[in-house]
Each structure stands twice: as structure tokens, then as C-alpha cells.
Write a protein that binds this ligand. Structure first.
Ligand code: PIB
Length: 543
């Protein structure tokens, strides 16, 4: 990094536009005049007059969702002419210009081009950025090593390379663990019956009971009620791989109404007469559209002004905490079956890349203390979210100007919120603090690192992220002391080479209280840009 005047530039970052004599209209400390600079990575404002706004403003352009012009040539009134920047992280920024100096057009065009590079056939900043860190974060996750840590390749589970070229399923990882008794031909025929070829594969195996968590997408039952003998046999093999139990729970994350509605599109759910020894449970978690709308309502409540009279009713009306509770409760049910009943669970939803990832990753966090270490958490995100094809590009819209795209949804942020709830209930169980979670969410948006770019392992391989971009984990592991939890009690022996079977189980499993009485609004994230929420406001204390 090098300093140009007042702005800290990253390696590969350069100033692309400057507008002097701009006024930033802070909703809290009022207007302040200064210099607005736009680089290929950030929007930077520095006040030039001694105003109440002490600090400079630095906003990565990846966090911008939409930019609008405010006021026209004829608009009168102080500061009525300028631009408004709407952000994905719960804040909006208002700038005013003097009509006469026409700098608005320049800065507006520049901002559009640099904030939405994909829409302007420009590269994402991560491909311009270079910085060397002591460790290459791209080596944190290695699928075979992680499977070996869980004890796979054992007599009941084998590693298959059938998807090595992503030919069976282009949104799955190349490396899978499947029941030893399932040969590659069976896997191929099961892929024909599961939405987008996302067949049931191993997510986690219990170190002592061998009960498993497997994950997949919905079966292609359709309105005619199609069956697949191969799929049914395959599910039986997953069940048989667990000698401790004679049944398997199929946890369908959806409300049953949506599972039924999906039949109209060829999807649906496993009928119990076709899957004799399986018990189907619906977990009632709503779809990406409901979650997008829920967070939008929460944002309205938290920024810019907090309406004290509507605070509690507004949180209730957003349903955000209800959804968080629902996801936590679903993960608790999975943990209970696997840990206490030594019974295997298969988790799916419609596509198996949003709610399924939330549930498997949360259940694994509760069950396996390794994932609660700083590195283990990185492995968990790489495995359950990135390698299994959660569509980060589509859900966040990296570099894309289509802010109202119906496929955008805060599914990953919602999961990070659930992790924060666990940290609140078990303050000594995590090696890292909420500061790590907020840093991860910041760089989910920022486009500085290659970690969250694209939608699948296959695309990341094709776009050479590991050689052409920097991993977020390089940055985080270079400053890990900032994220370590002083209260952490986890035996430091949770290193990858300590087989989980050596953990003494009872105190290792977290079972949170998934109740609205306990669940809290994560103000450090949602009210981060609203200083009025940072004070010891009685409202702040109560929710
Ligand atoms: C009548 C026509 C039938 C029809 O359109 O089914 C489509 C469903 C959409 O299915 P849903 O499950 O409600 O919604 C889907 C899930 O959220 C899925 O995530 P996940 O990985 O968590 O599954 C997303 O990837 C899909 O983009 C989204 O469409 O729509 C509904 O079920 C809404 C009805 C209440």
C-alpha cells in the first residue's frame, strides 16, 4: 500500500476520478464539505473544513448496490443537487454538488463504471489487486485432508473422483465422499433424479457413532409422482452405512407448501412409501425471496433514523429474528438426531445451495469444535458454502448493476448472523470473536479478494482465482490476533491432525436455545453505520 495525499491505496489501486468542493450529507453529523475521490476499489471522501465529521469516508465500491442522481439543474435549495449511493451493507450515502461546476456527471459516470465492472466489461478489482502475505490462504482448505480429518476412507465411505471434470454436477465440488457400496454407475443414475444433479453426498460423519449428515437438492418427483429405484436404493445405502440406526431422517428445509409447489416445476419431496425407512421432516425455512424482503424491512428500520416508537413492532414485522430462530431450530434438530440418537440425516431444500448450506454448516459448527477454531471456520466456509456451489455472485451481485435482480438474497449474511447468535450463547466456545464475522461480511461485498467471487468451484477453477487473486484468508491469517477470542476455552489440541474421536464429546456439542426470547438483533452489523445505536441507548440494551 502507498499513500497518495491522504488516501491509503492498495497495491493495484489507482485514483480514477476526483471531485473537489463536494458536500457529504451525513444523516447524523450534518453536511461537511470536502474532496471525493473514486479509485478502482473504493469511494473516498475527506472533509476539508474542520467539521463534526472527524474521519474520512472509505467505501469499497463492491458494497454499492445502486447510484442515483438527486435534483436537477433547476432544483433550488441548499444541497439539493447531487448523487445518492445505496449500499448493500445497510447504509446510504448522500453527496451534494454545486450545480455550476458540473462535476456530478463525471463522478457519476465514473462511479457507475467502477462500481459495476461486470456490467461495463471491466475486470473485478480482485484481479488488479496484489499483496503478499506470509501465508497463502488458498491452501487453507484441501478437500482430501478435511475428509481424512473426519476419518473418511473408512470401510463404509469412499472418496470418488467421478465429478473430477464437473461432468456429473457442475455446481458441486470435484471431490465427493459417498457410501462405499454405491458404485459410480449408481451415482450417475441418482444424479438424473436430483435437481441439477446435486446428489446426496457426505457433509459430516460423527467421529464415534459414524452417524452422518449428507446433503443434496430436491428429488425430481414432479406432479406425476415419479420414482427412481436408484435414488431409493442410494438413500438406503446411506442409511446402511450407519450401523447404529435402522432409519434415516430426511430434513426438507422448506415449508411443506413450497415443497408441494415445487412439484409444479418438476421438483417435490420424497414420499414415505417410496423411501420406506426414511422419516421426512419439513423445517419451515422460507425461500430467498422472503429473506430478501425481510432484511429490506430491517434496513428501513435501522437506517438512517431509528423511530423509537416503532422499534419493537418494526423488528417483529420484519420477521428477521423469526427466520433466524427457524434456521437455528432446524440445525438443533439435525444435531439432536446425529448426536443423541446416533441417526443419520439427509438435508435438502429446493436447489440445495441456500438453506441446505445454512443448515449443514450450522449443525457442523455445533457438532465439531474444529470448525469453531479460526482455521476450522475458514475450512467450513470453503467446504459447505463455496465448494458446494452457493451462488455468491448471483446472491450478492458482485460487479453487477442489476440491483433489483430477484436472485439476490442475504442468505450467507443470515447464516453469519446465526453464527453470531451461537457466539452470544456460548462466549467461550469460539476461538474467534464477532470481529471476524464482520470482516468476512465486509469482504463478502468488497471484491478485494477472490474468495467469494463466482458461483461454483468449477467457475473459480476456470477463472484461476487461486493464482490471479488473493484469498481473504491470507489477509485474515496475517492479522489473526485481531480476531482471537480471549475467552476461548477450546482445547488448542483441535488441530487438523487430532482425530475428532479423541475429543471428549459431551462438552463439545453446542445446543443453543432457539427461542425468540434469547435471539438478539445483531446491532454491530445492522446498526453499524447508525451512531445513535452505538450509544448506551436503553433500546440498545433491551433487544
Ligand atoms: C406454482 C409454481 C411453482 C413454483 O414456482 O415453484 C417454485 C418455488 C420456488 O422454490 P422455493 O423453494 O420457494 O425458492 C427457491 C429456493 O429459495 C432456492 O434456494 P434453496 O437452495 O434454499 O432451495 C433458490 O435457489 C431458488 O432460486 C428459489 O426459487 O416457488 C414457490 O414455491 C413459491 C410458492 C409459495
Amino acid at each position: 500500500t502507498h499513500v497518495l495525499g491522504d488516501i491509503q491505496l492498495l497495491d493495484g489501486e489507482k485514483v480514477m476520478g476526483v471531485a473537489r468542493d463536494v458536500t457529504y450529507l451525513c444523516p447524523y453529523s450534518g453536511p461537511s464539505r470536502g474532496v471525493l475521490k473514486v479509485t478502482n476499489y473504493q469511494l473516498h471522501f475527506r472533509p476539508t473544513e474542520p467539521t463534526s465529521l472527524q474521519t474520512t469516508l472509505s467505501v469499497p465500491l463492491g458494497v454499492v448496490s445502486r447510484i442515483e442522481k438527486v435534483g436537477g439543474a433547476s432544483s433550488k435549495g441548499e444541497n439539493s443537487y447531487g448523487i445518492e449511493v445505496f449500499c448493500k451493507d445497510m447504509r446510504n450515502l448522500r453527496f451534494a454538488h454545486k450545480q455550476e461546476n458540473h462535476s456530478r456527471r463525471g463522478i457519476f459516470e465514473k462511479l457507475q463504471q467502477l462500481a459495476f465492472p461486470l456490467s461495463h466489461r471491466q475486470p473485478i478489482f480482485a484481479y488488479s489487486y496484489s499483496e503478499s502475505f506470509p501465508e497463502d490462504g488458498w491452501n487453507v482448505y484441501e478437500p482430501i485432508a478435511e475428509l481424512r480429518r473426519m476419518g473418511v476412507n473408512n470401510d463404509m465411505w469412499r472418496i470418488t473422483r467421478i465429478n473430477d471434470k464437473y461432468e456429473i454436477c457442475d455446481s458441486y465440488p470435484a471431490v465427493w465422499a459417498v457410501p462405499t457400496a454405491a458404485n459410480d454407475d449408481l451415482l450417475r443414475s441418482v444424479a438424473a433424479f436430483r435437481s441439477r444433479g446435486r446428489i446426496p453426498v457426505l457433509a459430516w460423519i460423527h467421529p464415534s457413532s459414524q452417524a452422518t449428515i449428507t446433503r443434496c437438492s430436491q428429488p425430481l418427483v414432479g406432479v406425476s409422482g415419479k420414482r427412481s429405484r436408484e435414488d431409493e436404493r442410494y438413500i438406503q445405502l446411506i442409511m446402511d452405512a450407519n450401523a447404529q440406526a435402522h432409519k434415516l431422517f430426511i430434513m426438507d428445509a422448506r415449508p411443506s407448501a413450497n415443497a408441494i409447489a415445487n412439484k409444479a416445476k418438476g421438483g417435490g419431496y420424497e414420499s414415505e412409501d417410496a423411501y420406506q425407512n426414511a422419516e421426512l421432516v419439513f423445517l419451515d425455512i422460507h425461500n430467498i425471496h422472503v429473506m430478501r424482503e425481510s432484511l429490506r424491512k430491517l434496513k428501513e428500520l435501522c437506517f438512517p433514523q431509528i423511530d423509537q416508537t416503532r422499534w419493537f413492532s418494526g423488528i417483529e414485522a420484519s420477521c428477521w429474528l423469526k427466520h433466524i430462530k427457524c434456521i437455528l431450530a432446524g440445525a438443533v434438530r439435525i444435531v439432536d438426531k446425529v448426536e443423541n440418537h446416533k441417526t443419520s440425516v439427509l438435508v435438502h431444500c429446493s436447489d440445495g445451495w441456500d438453506r441446505t448450506a445454512q443448515l449443514t454448516a450450522l449443525a457442523m459448527l455445533m457438532l465439531d469444535p474444529y470448525y469453531r477454531t479460526l482455521r476450522g471456520f475458514q475450512v467450513l466456509i470453503e467446504k459447505e458454502w463455496l465448494s458446494f456451489g452457493h451462488k455468491f455472485q448471483l446472491r450478492i451481485g458482485h460487479g453487477d448493476e442489476r440491483h433489483s435482480d430477484a436472485d439476490r438474497s442475504p442468505v450467507f449474511v443470515q447464516w453469519v448472523d446465526c453464527v453470531w447468535q451461537l457466539q452470544q450463547q456460548f462466549p467461550t466456545a469460539f476461538e474467534f470473536t464477532e470481529r471476524l464475522l464482520i470482516t468476512i461480511v465486509d469482504h463478502l461485498y468488497s471484491c478485494r479478494f477472490g474468495t467469494f467471487l463466482f458461483n461454483t468451484e468449477r467457475e473459480r477453477y476456470r477463472e484461476e482465482v487461486k493464482t490471479k487473486t488473493v484469498s481473504l484468508w491470507s489477509y485474515i491469517n496475517s492479522r489473526q490476533n485481531l480476531y482471537l477470542n480471549p475467552l476461548y476455552w477450546g482445547p488448542s489440541s483441535f488441530s487438523p491432525n487430532t482425530p475428532p474421536s479423541q475429543y471428549s464429546r459431551p462438552q463439545m456439542v453446542l445446543v443453543p436455545v432457539a427461542s425468540l426470547r434469547i435471539i438478539k438483533l445483531w446491532k454491530a452489523l445492522y446498526c453499524r453505520w447508525n451512531p445513535t445505536m452505538r450509544q448506551q441507548d436503553p433500546i440498545y440494551q433491551r433487544t
